[in-house]
Structures are given as structure tokens and as C-alpha cells.
Design a protein around this ligand. Structure first.
Ligand code: IMP
Ligand code: MG
Length: 179
């Protein structure tokens, strides 16, 4: 285990099972639809690639990047779109893929922005949900697993751009971000 990690919350095996289970559910729900899966960069990339391989349907993929955090563990609340999607959303059933739903401000901003572009529907799948921290009026249609109110890293999630490549989700030791 990485020495900055206090404990593992979601193991590699559990992550495999989560993608498989959600992928199968999404495959059922989106049969016959015009699916576009949109990964929210950068945090969702590991989950996005694993999940999408369990979606047994024709689909398009795209990416969007927003930022609010910087080198901090709390959201600044001010969302900037750094990279927009390149597809025209008209007629697509859009599925936003996120790493973690925390205050919800990021996804609320992205959801409201994309809603104005004529999609057939927009839904959200998030690997992790921290419901205790929700501020914006937004919920996920599909949730991998609920996590407690602790700062987590790994499998795409970062602190100051590090730890994304850990193969599990772990709680970051407080001394790492309080020093
Ligand atoms: P929100 O706008 O507060 O919901 O924040 C969403 C974004 O903040 C996520 O996409 C993550 O990139 C980041 N984030 C929130 N909580 C954590 C965490 O515990 N670890 C790492 N990143 C987090
Ligand atoms: Mg992020």
C-alpha cells in the first residue's frame, strides 16, 4: 500500500465488480438508444475505460474537463470548463461518467450546460458518492459505492494531481494535505 494512504476503501477486486455490475445494468437500460458516454476528465478515466468495456452496445465516446479544485481538498465552487465535448448532442442519450459526486457543483454545472444542447436525455453514473457533502441539487442515476466523508485518492482520483495511478481507492493520510 502507498505510504501516504491510511486505509483502502475499495479494493481492486471490488472495482472490477462495480464496473461489471453497472455496465450490465446500463446495457439493459440503454438497449435501442443512441448512447454517448462522456467521461469527466481527468478523474473518471480509469472507471470510464473499465465501465465502457462492460457496456455491450454500440456507442460513441467523448470527454469533458472542468476544474474547481486546485491544490486543495475542498471545492472552490467556481467551475471552469477547460475542455468541451466535440460531439453534437442532438438526439443522443448522454451518460456522464464521473469519479466522485461530492458537493455536486461540478456535475450540476456540466449537466445544466449540456441540457441546453438538445440531447434526448442526460443521466449520470458515478463511481463514488459522498452524499453527506451534497450542496447542489443533483443526483446520480447509477452509483458504484457510497463513501464516507473522507478525502480519497486512487483509480483516477488525485490530490494535487498525484495518486491517480493507485489501483485501489484509499483514504489519504491527513498529514499529507495539512502540512
Ligand atoms: P464537486 O463539484 O464538489 O462534486 O466535486 C467533484 C470533483 O471534486 C470530483 O470530480 C473530484 O475530481 C473532486 N473530488 C471530490 N472529492 C474528492 C476526494 O475525496 N478525492 C479526490 N477528488 C475529489
Ligand atoms: Mg476531478
Amino acid at each position: 500500500m502507498n505510504r501516504d494512504v491510511e486505509k483502502i476503501l475499495v479494493t481492486e477486486d471490488e472495482l472490477v465488480q462495480i464496473s461489471k455490475k453497472l455496465g450490465e445494468q446500463i446495457t439493459k437500460d440503454y438497449k435501442g438508444k443512441k448512447l454517448l458516454i462522456v467521461g469527466v476528465l481527468k478523474g473518471s478515466i480509469y472507471f470510464f475505460t473499465d465501465l465502457s468495456r462492460h457496456i455491450d452496445l454500440p456507442c460513441n465516446i467523448d470527454f469533458i474537463q472542468a476544474s474547481s479544485y486546485g491544490a486543495s481538498t475542498v471545492s472552490s465552487g467556481e467551475i471552469k470548463i477547460i475542455k468541451d465535448i466535440s460531439e453534437d448532442l442532438t438526439g443522443f442519450d448522454v451518460l456522464l461518467v464521473e469519479d466522485i459526486l461530492d458537493t455536486g457543483k461540478t456535475l450540476k454545472h456540466i449537466h445544466d450546460m449540456l441540457s441546453k444542447r438538445n440531447p434526448e436525455s442526460i443521466a449520470i453514473v458515478t463511481l463514488l458518492d459522498k452524499p453527506a457533502r451534497r450542496e447542489a441539487d443533483i443526483y446520480a442515476d447509477y452509483v458504484g459505492v457510497d463513501v464516507p466523508n473522507e478525502f480519497v485518492v486512487g483509480y483516477g482520483l488525485d490530490y494535487d494531481q498525484f495518486y491517480r495511478n493507485l489501483p485501489y481507492i484509499g483514504v489519504l493520510k491527513k498529514e499529507v494535505y495539512t502540512k
